[in-house]
Design a protein. Sequence first.
Length: 473
Amino acid sequence: MEPTIFEKYQPAARIIEESLERTRHACFWIEDVEATAARYPRLTGDLLADDVVVGGGYAGLWTAIKLKTEHPERRVVLLEAKRVGWAASGRNGGFCEASITHGEPNAEARWPDEVGTLRRLGYENLDAIERFIAEHGLDVEFERTGQLSVANEEYQTEWLGESDDPEVVTLSADEVRDRIHSPTFLGGEFSPRENANVHPAKLAAELARHAARIGVQIHEGTRVLRLNAQSDEPVELETDYGFVHADRVALCTNVFPSLLKRYTFHTVPVYDYVLMTDPLSDEQLASIGWAGREGLADMANQFHYSRLTRDNRILWGGYDAVYFAGGRIKPGYEDRMESHRKLASHFFTTFPQLAGVRFSHRWAGVIDTSTRFCAFWGQAHQGRVQYVAGFTGLGVGATHFAADVIVDRLEGRSTERTELAMVKETPLPFPPEPVASIGINLTRWSLDRADHNRGKRNALLKTLDALGLGFDS
């Protein structure tokens, strides 16, 4: 097995340790809005509503806004177990990408006849988000920066130029380094319309503020325990503080257990780890360039992602996605110094000129991974209950599209969106434990081996690819 660039050119241990010695275990984004984000009351007693949305992340917020905008006269209620945007929606890297399929290769493998349509709908979706933010004056630090994908290994340069997307520009090593100065970059692709950078926690807070302004009734600290429905009767949601009855329900609970038992095994929780630097000085920023402020990712199976913030910090995350045996979600899993040290090491391999930069924050978020690596939709009770999950870490933009699908389906509309095979098909579930742990960790090992073997996929990965079981995007 060949060592990767990050193993060949590791920084001195002293550089890594000093960079982390004053790091706080806290999410920079959430901490940044803590003092200004609005709070919403918990439910007190029973409630009758027209439409109820469960989940106060992006998918739930967009769905509530769209339902209330379409029917101002209806009572739309959003129920959130903790605080709006506290989980994946407030902890991600802040990449609002056009892709609704977790990358075009994923679409090509699963829906080859729809690739062009899915690409167009993805661009239209990101354009619609940009218009909405501008029209309503949402302060979310939105920058339509485009996406730069880079090759760090010689074999990865062989993949450059394969995209059929006319928007994508192939770049040589010199052209990539003219944009962002790193000795590891050997070439790349730039997609000018593919990505916008946003402040993720501000996006959640501002969507909630807009929802409340137009009349959506938001209740934080209100956990939904059970869903019951009988024909010709309102859907009943039992919460910690009372019962809510509604004509229609949208379930947008992301990685957390589905209230519909049929989808219990359709997602698993995978932890993703992130670092944030102190703000760079003018000299430090000049040493890396990055004048275009592009979203940045590399082409490995275990890839890194990075971006600049408004105050010129660098967010650096990815690579070490971890599934913990049993598929549990625990706060203790979020503080994993092994992963954060590895990220810091890879950061200074990529940007050796930034030796001496300190990381101010370290955190993790839990991703709702599905076997097809992108969102899927479900429904129950004659379509009165709609469900979406499985965004697999690329939900900042895709949740807006998902909300459009949910509203179309609740309204009984047949649209271009609802007729997509992507929307109609439900992916295979994961197996129960302990088979899930064995299979997922064996797959992660195989992906790591591929990154150490010129990208060559072993028999397990080839079998998963042939079955359409994710891990090929």
